[in-house]
Design a binder for this molecule. Structure first.
Ligand code: ATP
Ligand code: MG
Ligand code: MG
Length: 380
């Protein structure tokens, strides 16, 4: 029985393990926290990323290693890759870990990005602001997620506040100043590439963020027919350039009808959670298949799906359980402000059926503001 090794034991590892089981694949997860939520569904090795004695034992027990967490140190990934197959490869991971390398690659692949400039000192922040202009966002190049490690500058005079917030991280991680894009909408394309080069995408997903954290997703993104082909082509070029194996997400802004690249996640992604019930093969199952060299599954959809992210606390579950084709996911995590603790996916055969169920769930849970953007699109 093949064993999948997963670095990081959060909800992504948990959902990977749950998808691996029916394929006859066992999972073994590594996390530094003994209460990592994937540990509730798969055996857990408690170790940090430099505990090479524990990692040596782990490597000997698994057939392939993959990631729940993209910020595993590059040295750890390389060290493991000398002992066992690691997918995506450490070199691909390294590109996605650094916003500069990532944006540079996007541009080389023909995907435009927001204007940006790297910032290592307070003086360079002024120079970058002069070039990029305001409004802008200062981000750490490495280790940011869920909008952490970012500061939004409304005007040039916010430079001091931005530096006070992030300047201390410049020496270790580097910073990047990006132009703030007044986008019309945000999309992501979920893609998978197998060890044999087979490449597939799921239909584009439309996403809404609140305070830099994903709040709602809707798929297939309505009115995206013209963008689907372009997004798929860009994802394919990126995947081939990186020799990528597994699932990844490419986050996109749409401005004046054109795609701009925001970032890529070298792993299964929150905006693809709807694929568990809404697609013929979920992102989790296809990731397991890809990294183990199995044939990939059909990425077609069963209808339309909307996902509610539960941030900080779980709402009462009955409303979802009592709604037709609505699906509850509790990650088994401690509730904490800003933390992703679960999600719900609501499916329907068409926009009308989906809208009715989304409305029902939102009303019963008193979540109308969260669901409204989705309902506005479905109502069009
Ligand atoms: P995650 O990895 O969890 O998706 P992150 O911390 O890496 O998040 P980003 O994807 O860079 O963060 O930004 C989070 C959100 O903030 C974006 O999805 C978008 O809504 C907004 N945002 C980020 N950069 C820009 C920008 N240059 N212009 C406009 N909005 C932006
Ligand atoms: Mg990110
Ligand atoms: Mg993002």
């Amino acid at each position: 029985q093949p064993v999948l090794g997963v670095l990081g034991g959060g909800q992504l590892a948990r959902m990977l393990a749950l998808a691996a089981a029916p394929l006859g694949v066992k999972s073994l997860v590594v996390d530094s926290a003994a209460d990592a939520c994937a540990g509730q569904v798969a055996p857990l090795v408690v170790a940090d990323w430099t505990d090479y004695a524990a990692l040596e034992k782990f490597a000997a027990q698994v057939d392939v290693v993959t990631f729940d967490f993209e910020n595993v140190p590059a040295e750890t990934a390389h060290w493991l890759a000398e002992r066992v197959a690691v997918f995506p490869a450490p070199q691909a991971l390294a590109v996605a870990q650094d916003r500069l390398a990532e944006k540079t690659l996007f541009r080389e692949c023909g995907l435009s990005t927001p204007d940006f400039m790297t910032v290592d000192t307070r003086e360079q922040l002024d120079q970058a602001l002069a070039r990029v202009g305001a409004p802008a966002i200062l981000k750490t190049r490495r280790l940011g997620y869920d909008g952490k490690g970012q500061f939004r500058l409304r005007e040039v005079a916010d430079a001091d506040a931005a530096w006070a917030a992030l300047g201390a991280q410049a020496p270790a991680h580097g910073l990047i100043l990006e132009a703030f894009v007044p986008f019309e909408r945000e999309l992501s394309v979920l893609a998978v590439r197998g060890r044999d080069g087979d490449f597939r995408t799921w239909p584009l997903t439309r996403n809404w963020h609140v305070d830099g954290v994903l709040s709602m997703s809707l798929a297939p993104a309505p009115d995206s027919d013209v963008l689907q082909e372009r997004a798929t082509e860009l994802a394919r070029i990126l995947a081939e350039r990186l020799g990528y194996v597994g699932v990844f997400a490419l986050e996109l802004f749409v401005r004046n009808g054109e795609l701009l690249g925001n970032e890529m996640a070298p792993r299964v992604h929150n905006s693809g959670h709807w694929t568990i019930e809404g697609a013929r093969t979920s992102q989790f199952e296809n990731h397991v298949r890809a990294v183990l060299g199995m044939p990939l599954g059909d990425t077609g959809v069963r209808g339309m799906s909307a996902m509610f992210n539960w941030i900080g606390e779980l709402p009462e579950q009955t409303a979802v359980l009592e709604t037709v084709d609505a699906h509850w996911h509790d990650y088994g995590k401690q509730e904490r402000a800003g933390r992703k603790v679960g999600h719900a996916t609501v499916c329907g055969i068409d926009a009308g059926a989906l809208a009715e169920r989304v409305q029902r769930v939102a009303r019963l849970l008193d979540r109308q503001p969260q669901a409204q953007p989705v309902l506005d699109v479905l109502g069009d």
